[in-house]
Design a binder for this molecule. Structure first.
Ligand SMILES: [Mg+2]
Length: 121
C-alpha cells in the first residue's frame, strides 16, 4: 500500500482528498501546514505528498524548499495543488522540486491521473 501525506490548511480539502486517496488504496496522513508536514516526513517519509500553496506557519513553497534540502531515506513525489489564479506559481513550484500539479477543486479522475504521471498510483 502506498502512503500519501495531504498537506492543506483547509480541513475540508484534507477530508475530500483523504476520501479520494483511500478509495485509490492509499494510506493517508494529514498535516495542516508546512512545518507539520516536514515533521511528518522526518518521522516517516510518505511515497507521495499532496501539497497546498497557501498555508499559515510554513507555505507550500517554503516546505518544498526545506524538503529538498532535508536528507530523507527516500524522495517523496510531490503533487502541488493550485487554483486557477495561481497558475503563475506552477513554474516556481516545479523549479523548487514539485513533480506535478493539480488544479483545485480536483476530482478523483484528475487526482488519479496526476498520481499515475508521477508513478505513485
Ligand atoms: Mg490553503
Amino acid at each position: 500500500m502506498k502512503s500519501c501525506l495531504v498537506v492543506d490548511d483547509s480541513k475540508v480539502i484534507r477530508k475530500v482528498a483523504r476520501h479520494i486517496l483511500e478509495g485509490l488504496d492509499f494510506t493517508v496522513s494529514e498535516a495542516a501546514d508546512g512545518r507539520e508536514a516536514l515533521d511528518a516526513c522526518l518521522a516517516s517519509t510518505p511515497d507521495v505528498i499532496l501539497l497546498d500553496w497557501n498555508m499559515p506557519v510554513m507555505s507550500g513553497m517554503d516546505f518544498l524548499r526545506a524538503l529538498r534540502e532535508t536528507p530523507l531515506g527516500a524522495r517523496p513525489k510531490v503533487v502541488f495543488c493550485t487554483t486557477e489564479n495561481g497558475v503563475a506559481h506552477i513554474r516556481a513550484a516545479i523549479e523548487a522540486g514539485a513533480d506535478e500539479y493539480v488544479m483545485k477543486p480536483f476530482d478523483r479522475e484528475t487526482l488519479q491521473s496526476k498520481l499515475q504521471i508521477v508513478g505513485a498510483a
